[in-house]
Design a protein around this ligand. Structure first.
Ligand code: FAD
Length: 363
């Protein structure tokens, strides 16, 4: 039996380890940090569909449950009552839970060990995050092949596309009005999130690198004391090659992220399941991933489009979303089901077709 080496014990690496070890595979995981789950670089919000992906309970890692999402554009605001709750995870506990499950299933972990080289005869899974070395290796070869054909060279510079996010965990001076409500402020090429952990602790963050800009923004709205700052890299979805010979990538390493919200936990866990099935049943991982990749591509296109939005465009979008049927759709169908949302949207509110056609550059 071939040994399997996993690089990275983030949630996705540990989850692949858990799934493969459960199937009787000999799995070794290498993690450069000495402690699992540290440093935390995540807002930790997931849709309830995470429960359909995992086969063990995550109740012990849920810090708060979200019933409402309030979205602000410059002049408009809308509140969605979610039919299915979102969960605010304690990311450190969550990573540790999956790690422990993997260990119980038989996976062996080497903490504080950064991988710089590896044996060629083993199966190697790169779950090594947005700057994945395995992804670079696979996609370097891909681009070398492509360089032979000058006309097919468009993807060359896309492989390292990344974004940044900054976040502060704050203690608010007064009680948070509704601790079960997330607030989103739509901004040009960015958005700000306010995610309550409890009635007086919240995670406030934004897409971008500028923590000062974030602090100025929240100072206008809240009185708070900073508990800690966090920042991190977000991969962008690009049509990467995810497999070559005995090398595989998954999670952030493969750009498995919903770029509309930059949520990577649920898509990464789904991809981990697909990868495990592909290895166990000797199936083509690229092909098995097709459905998930299609969904992530739609998120990617919407993000590309939203990044061109002016404040006026966001105002129009929020105004359209206020139509009762549209609002109900967003409340009923969770964000991990983008195809269902998009396909129903046009019937309910044909004016969304205008946005859609612009996303796909029809005009
Ligand atoms: C600020 C911020 C907020 C976010 N908020 C959310 C959110 O609210 N909801 C959500 O769903 N997603 C969110 N995300 C995205 C989410 O955090 C990631 O999608 C998720 O962590 C992906 O997990 P992963 O295991 O693929 O990668 P990672 O969590 O990055 O884990 C990769 C691991 O590999 C290790 N590693 C890397 N290279 C090596 C090496 N050579 N040798 C050994 N070990 C190595 C790293 O130390 C790391 O532990 C957020 C991201 C950021 C930055």
């Amino acid at each position: 039996m071939k040994n399997i080496t996993i690089i990275g014990a983030g949630p996705i690496g540990s989850y692949v380890a858990y799934l493969l070890a459960k199937q009787g595979k000999k799995v070794e995981v290498y993690e450069e940090h000495k402690k699992i789950g540290k440093p935390v670089q995540c807002a930790g919000i997931v849709t309830s569909s995470i429960k359909n992906v995992l086969d063990f309970s995550i109740e012990s890692c849920i810090k708060n449950k979200i019933k409402k999402i309030e979205v602000h554009s410059k002049n408009h605001c809308i509140e969605f009552n979610l039919k299915n709750l979102d969960f605010v995870l304690d990311r450190e506990k969550f990573d540790k839970l999956i790690y422990k499950q993997a260990k119980v299933a038989g996976a062996k972990f080497h903490l504080g060990k950064k991988v710089t080289r590896f044996e060629k005869n083993k199966i190697i899974i790169g779950a090594d995050g947005p700057l994945s070395m395995i992804s670079k290796l696979i996609n370097k070869n891909k681009n070398q092949d492509k360089n032979k054909d000058k006309n097919k060279n468009k993807n060359k510079n896309k492989k390292h596309k990344i974004s940044f996010a900054v976040q502060a965990r704050v203690k608010t001076r007064t009680k948070i009005k509704d601790k079960n409500k997330v607030i989103i402020f739509l901004k040009s090429k960015s958005f700000v999130w306010f995610i309550p952990e409890s009635s007086n602790v919240a995670r406030i963050g934004m897409i971008g690198k500028n923590i000062k800009e974030l602090m100025l923004f929240i100072k206008e709205k809240y009185e708070y004391k900073i508990l800690e700052y966090q920042s991190g890299i977000l991969p962008c979805y690009v049509r990467k090659k995810v497999h070559q010979n005995n090398l595989f990538i998954v999670g952030d390493a493969a750009g498995h992220i919903k770029e509309t919200t930059y949520g990577g936990i649920v898509p990464g866990l789904r991809a981990a399941k697909i990868l495990t099935k592909s290895i166990i049943e000797c199936k083509n991982y690229e092909k098995e991933l097709k459905k998930l990749k299609k969904e992530l591509w739609i998120h990617h296109k919407i993000r590309e489009f939203l990044d061109k939005f002016s404040e006026k465009d966001y105002d129009l979008l929020v105004k359209l979303a206020k139509r009762p049927k549209v609002k109900r759709l967003f409340e009923k169908v969770d964000r991990d089901n983008i195809i269902k949302i998009i396909s129903k949207l046009f019937f309910i509110e044909p004016r969304f077709l205008y946005f859609f056609l612009r996303v796909f550059r029809v005009f």
